[in-house]
Design a protein around this ligand. Structure first.
Ligand SMILES: O=P(O)(O)O[C@H]1O[C@H](CO)[C@@H](O)[C@H]1O
Ligand SMILES: [Mn+2]
Ligand SMILES: [Mn+2]
Length: 398
C-alpha cells in the first residue's frame, strides 16, 4: 500500500491519438516534435538551453520506449506504456477526471469562433448581476495576446476582457489592482452560475499586472471555477476511506475542491515540485499525492515555445532524483499527462494525443503495458495499489 503519487505534466502528449483526426490534430506529437527540434538545434534558447534533449531520468523510466522512440537500448526501470483518452474533449478537466476514473462521455458546451463569441443574453445577465460596465474581447483569443491588445482599455474603462478558446471555457482577464483581484474572483463565481445551463466546463479568472501593453504580465493568482466531476472519482473514494488527498497546484480547482483534504499551491513548476516533495514527506501510508505541473501547457505549449518547453522538461527531469530520495518501500509514483499541446503545431490550442504512463517505486517490477484504452487505467491502478475500491472505468496494470 504505502503512498501513491500522480504527476501530471500538463499537456505532455507523446503522439497523435487514434482519434486525432476528429480534432484536426493528425500528426501532432508534443514530445516527439520537441525531441526532433532539439536534435536539429531548433530548440536552442539564448541563456536557456542548447542541443539535443537531455532527459536522463525520464529516459531511464521508459519515456522513449513508451513513445515508440526507442533510442535507448536499456530496459526501462519503470512500468512503461501509454494511454489514449475516451473522453469527448481534449481539455484539462476531462483529462484529469478520466485519470481519476471518471471520463467525460458527454459533450461540453463551446462558444463559436465568431465575434461576438458569447450570447448577448449571457453577457447581459452577468453585467446585471455584477454591476460591471460592459465587457471587452468577446472572442476566441490567446490570453497573453488579448491582454496586450485590450489591457490598457480595460484599465481605463473598467471593463474586464472576456475570451474563450477551443476548450469549454469562459476566461475573464482583469487587472489585479485597478479592477481588483477579489472583485475578479466574485465576477467569475457569478459568471459560473450563468454558464451552467450552457454546459461550460470552466470559468477562469486571469488576473494581470503592469501599466502598459509592453509590460502586462499574468500573475499566479489564476483561479479556475470548474463544474464538479460527474461521478465518484479516485479522490472521492480515497477521502471516503479516511485517506488524505494532497492536491498540488491546479488539482483542487480542477476537481472543484471535491475529494481533497489539503491544497498546496506554488508559482511555477519548480515551486510546485517543492510543494509536492513537502506533501510526499508528510503523507501517511494510504495517502494520495496528486500534482499538476501547469507551466508545460500554460507557458510553453499554448505559446508554441519549443525551446521553453524543452528547458522545462529538462528542469523537471533533473528534479526526479529528489523525489526518489523521498520515496519509501511500497510507494508508487506515476508520470503522465492530461492531453497534448504540441508547440510545433498550428494554432495555440491543445492537441489530441496519447499520454505517457510511467509507474515506478521501490519494489515495483518494471514491465511494458502497451497502449492502454483509457487514462482511467491510471486511477484504477492507483486504487488497486492503495487498497481502494475501483470505479466503473479503468483496468489496473499492476
Ligand atoms: O491563452 P490562454 O489564456 O493561456 O488560455 C489557455 O488556457 C486555457 C485553460 O487551460 C485554455 O482554454 C487555453 O485557451
Ligand atoms: Mn491541461
Ligand atoms: Mn491548456
Amino acid at each position: 500500500m504505502a503512498r501513491a503519487i500522480i504527476m501530471v505534466l500538463d499537456s505532455f502528449g507523446i503522439g497523435a491519438a487514434p482519434d486525432a483526426q476528429a480534432f484536426g490534430d493528425e500528426g501532432s506529437n508534443t514530445f516527439g516534435h520537441i525531441l526532433a527540434a532539439a536534435s536539429a538545434g531548433a530548440a536552442d534558447g539564448e541563456g536557456l538551453r542548447t542541443g539535443p534533449l537531455d532527459l536522463p531520468n525520464l529516459e531511464r523510466l521508459g519515456l522513449f520506449a513508451a513513445a515508440g522512440l526507442g533510442n535507448s537500448a536499456k530496459r526501462p526501470e519503470a512500468i512503461w506504456g501509454s494511454a489514449r483518452e475516451i473522453s469527448h474533449g481534449k481539455d484539462t478537466p476531462s483529462g484529469h477526471w478520466e485519470i481519476a476514473g471518471v471520463p467525460v462521455l458527454f459533450d461540453w458546451g463551446y462558444f463559436p469562433q465568431t465575434v461576438p463569441a458569447f450570447p448577448a443574453q449571457l453577457i447581459q445577465q452577468i453585467c446585471d448581476d455584477t454591476q460591471i460596465p460592459g465587457i471587452l474581447g468577446d472572442r476566441h483569443a490567446s490570453g497573453t495576446q488579448i491582454i496586450a491588445e485590450l489591457g490598457e482599455e480595460s484599465i481605463s474603462s473598467g471593463k474586464p476582457i472576456f475570451y474563450t478558446s477551443s476548450d469549454s471555457v469562459l476566461q475573464i482577464a482583469a487587472h489585479e489592482t485597478h479592477f481588483g483581484l477579489e472583485r475578479l474572483y466574485g465576477l467569475c463565481a457569478a459568471a459560473r452560475k450563468h454558464v451552467d445551463p450552457l454546459n461550460i466546463g470552466r470559468v477562469i479568472a486571469r488576473p494581470f499586472l503592469g501599466e502598459t501593453a509592453q509590460d502586462f504580465t499574468r500573475t499566479a493568482n489564476r483561479r479556475d471555477y470548474s463544474v464538479p466531476p460527474p461521478g465518484q472519482t479516485l479522490l472521492d473514494r480515497a477521502v471516503a476511506a479516511g485517506r488524505n488527498v494532497h492536491a498540488i497546484g491546479k488539482i483542487a480547482d480542477i476537481f472543484a475542491h471535491r475529494g481533497i483534504t489539503r491544497t498546496l499551491k506554488g508559482d511555477g513548476n519548480m515551486a510546485l515540485f517543492d510543494r509536492m516533495l513537502e506533501a510526499v514527506r508528510e503523507a501517511n501510508d494510504g495517502d494520495l499525492v496528486f500534482a499538476n505541473f501547469v507551466d508545460f501547457d500554460m507557458i510553453y505549449g499554448h505559446r508554441r515555445d519549443v525551446a521553453g518547453y524543452a528547458a522545462a522538461l529538462e528542469a523537471f527531469d533533473a528534479r526526479l532524483s529528489e523525489l526518489d530520495g523521498e520515496m519509501k518501500p511500497g510507494d508508487l509514483a506515476i508520470v503522465t499527462a492530461d492531453h497534448g499541446c504540441d508547440p510545433t503545431f498550428r494554432g495555440t490550442d491543445h492537441t489530441r494525443e496519447i499520454v505517457p504512463v510511467l509507474a515506478y517505486g521501490p519494489g515495483i517490477e518494471p514491465k511494458p503495458i502497451g497502449r492502454r484504452e483509457s487514462f482511467a487505467d491510471i486511477g484504477a491502478s492507483v486504487a488497486t495499489h492503495l487498497g481502494l475500491a475501483t470505479g466503473e472505468y479503468g483496468r489496473s496494470f499492476l
